[in-house]
Design a protein around this ligand. Structure first.
Ligand SMILES: [Zn+2]
Length: 136
């Protein structure tokens, strides 16, 4: 879809801080992170909802892979996965590292965007890629 921001990222028309890529999925840092290491994982084909993705199990396996790689890097206590799907009409799993004192309380406050410079995000995305590629 031409007017879809995620399709434009997949096409390389909009830059992103990539953390993962295979034939089906692309993972990258959210430019409006709710916590350090907040990633988005999207299918390369445009689907409206997460449950529309045919490779549903594989999709979540990749989400877990990114989460497990990110936890030690940002020293998260645990990870929340969010699939509201309202902001962009292209299926996406938000992978949000969580900290017991992160202020999001029991849910996720989508207004609690943290400041992160382009440089910090570039360094973080490289660390996550390296961790995933190291296979542990
Ligand atoms: Zn799209």
């Amino acid at each position: 879809m031409d007017d879809c921001i995620f399709c434009q990222i997949i096409a390389g028309k909009i830059p992103c801080h990539k953390v993962y890529e295979d034939d089906l999925f692309l993972g990258f840092l959210d430019i409006k992170p709710l916590n350090p290491g907040n990633c988005l994982l999207i299918p390369k084909k445009h689907y409206r909802w997460v449950n529309d993705v045919p490779e549903f199990g594989q999709y979540w396996q990749v989400a877990k892979k990114i989460a497990q790689a990110t936890i030690p890097i940002v020293k998260a206590d645990y990870v929340s996965f969010l699939t509201l799907g309202m902001e962009v009409t292209h299926a996406h799993i938000r992978i949000i590292p969580r900290f017991y004192e992160d202020g999001h309380t029991h849910g996720i406050d989508t207004n609690l965007v943290i400041n992160s410079t382009n440089q910090e995000m570039e360094a973080l995305s490289r660390e996550i890629i390296t961790k995933i590629n190291s296979g542990n």
